[in-house]
Design a protein around this ligand. Structure first.
Ligand code: GLN
Length: 299
């Protein structure tokens, strides 16, 4: 990186980085350049424009060069900056924890709607596989009267989720539980809502994902087995033991898994209904399953 005409100002280095990212086929090159430079200089993105003729000192240039190199190596911007915006907050993210996707905001939107329709009574909400905690922290902070539980197999994820909850003053209603799916809970009807964004990518598709995902994000949060639906099957088979009568299970799934989920539903006699929701790109993303009010099992 060399500037033949005067010092590297913010404006000049943004243009250079944008072009460099473009020639290396990095997604959203200008946006990435702005996010990384504002992170490096510890200023807002807006300040990059307000201070466009500010020259970078040698230390700033060296550290920005390091960030550019990481992005060229396909490390996701969110891992480089350590945070990602989701729903109404910024969430800390770290290697070992799935980066929250905009698609997953639909899960929060539907969860809030479902619980809103159930009336004012305080609710018990469980998220299985919380990752950064973006979903359950967003739900818990929106309703401090709900009792919320965050469960994950990964202690790294629970640590990140707990630090995200600690940054939200309204999140004292959230407890953390280590374990695989429902294994740490008693099978008694206790939750009004169980929500999950489980791994749902078919194993054979993992290596076809962008390098940002398959080289950096945790396989544990992505690989859903041969057809991608192993975890969905497990959760759907067990959920009714933990849901109150009329309780709801909400799952994020792949856009092409609607039919597969419909088939699994046919083998789950304790669910009364199934409904599908699209994400903001218009693709199938979330499935809502309601447990029957009366138990279908013979006494
Ligand atoms: N939506 C994620 C992706 O496309 C997958 C998340 C998941 O498997 N739960 O990479």
């Amino acid at each position: 990186m060399a500037s033949d005409q005067g010092p590297w100002t913010i404006k000049k280095i943004l243009t250079w980085t944008d072009n460099y990212f473009k020639s290396n086929e990095v997604d959203s090159p200008r946006l990435a350049a702005e996010i990384l430079l504002s992170h490096c200089l510890d200023i807002r993105r807006l300040d990059l424009y307000l201070q466009h003729d500010r020259p970078l000192n040698p230390d700033e240039l060296a550290s920005f060069r390091g960030l550019i190199k990481r992005r060229i190596d396909r490390e996701p911007v969110a891992y480089i900056t350590g945070s990602r915006g989701f729903w109404e907050s910024d969430f800390k993210v770290a290697p070992g924890v799935l980066i929250p996707r905009p698609d997953t905001e639909v899960l929060v939107e539907v969860a809030l709607k479902v619980l809103g329709q159930k009336g004012d009574k305080p609710r018990r909400v469980l998220e299985l596989g919380v990752g950064s905690g973006a979903v359950i922290v967003s739900l818990a902070r929106s309703h401090p009267e709900w009792q919320c539980f965050a469960c994950d197999l990964s202690l790294t994820a629970l640590g990140v989720a707990a630090s995200n909850a600690a940054m939200e003053p309204q999140c004292s209603n959230l407890s953390f539980v280590a374990g695989s799916w429902f294994s740490s809970f008693r099978p008694q009807a206790q939750f009004d809502l169980v929500v999950s964004n489980p791994p749902y990518i078919p194993s054979r598709d993992i290596e076809t994902l962008q390098p940002e995902i398959n080289r950096y994000e945790p396989l544990l949060a992505l690989d859903g087995g041969p057809d991608g639906l192993d975890c969905v099957r497990t959760i759907m088979a067990e959920a009714c033991d933990y849901l109150v009568p009329g309780g709801t299970l909400l799952l994020e799934t792949g856009s092409d898994q609607r039919e597969g989920v419909g088939q699994i539903f046919k083998n789950c006699p304790d669910f009364a209904s199934i409904e599908f929701f699209n994400d903001y790109a218009g693709l199938h993303r979330v499935v809502k399953l309601e447990k029957k009010i009366a138990n279908s099992k013979p006494l």
